[in-house]
Design a binder for this molecule. Structure first.
Ligand SMILES: [Fe+2]
Length: 175
């Protein structure tokens, strides 16, 4: 199996102040819509100065390797699509809270999971998925146009913040 590196450049919420991408995140009807879609009674924006909204750019040759997310679900908004590559691949419910399904994970990593899906999002595509049990990756970007994506973090309780240690772990700095 070929080794795949994860690399990108990330802007945190404190570097996006006044940007429409933050206004969309804070637009209450969006949180209400996502709550309805995900079957949550309510959703709240995060209070974390860095993590609430992230914008990530992937240039030619960059990719995001297979992983599960730590949060219950993940919301992304594609801002710019690359010329080619940069597909979003996922495998729905590969594991559960009770069953880590290591055999299934290894099958996916070996490229032989028949239930692996792939989508090619367009700019403006809103994607909401349960990344905690649905592993996902972004294939290698091809061409000079970067793939630029906003990641929105919503939680079922208000005021969620990372600890300074978590901020440093994710971003290399704390605020
Ligand atoms: Fe993820």
């Amino acid at each position: 199996m070929a080794e795949v590196k994860t690399s990108n450049r990330t802007l945190c919420a404190d570097q996006l102040l006044g940007n429409p991408v933050v206004s969309i995140y804070e637009w209450q009807p969006l949180a209400e819509f996502i709550a309805l879609v995900m079957g949550e009674s309510e959703l709240h924006t995060m209070k974390d100065a860095l993590a609430r909204v992230n914008v990530m750019a992937y240039k030619e040759g960059e990719s995001l390797n297979w992983h599960f997310d730590r949060s219950e679900f993940t919301t992304t908004l594609l801002l710019q699509a690359p010329q080619s590559g940069g597909e979003f691949e996922y495998r729905t419910n590969l594991r559960s809270e009770e069953d880590p399904n290591y055999k299934g994970v290894s099958q996916l990593l070996l490229g032989s999971d028949p239930l692996k899906c792939s989508i090619n999002p367009k700019p403006g595509t809103l994607n909401v998925f349960r990344g905690i049990n649905t592993p996902h990756r972004v294939t290698k970007i091809e061409g000079s146009k970067e793939r630029i994506i906003a990641v929105y973090s919503y939680y079922d309780n208000p005021g969620v913040k990372f600890s300074p240690e978590e901020q440093i772990g994710f971003y290399g700095r704390a605020l």
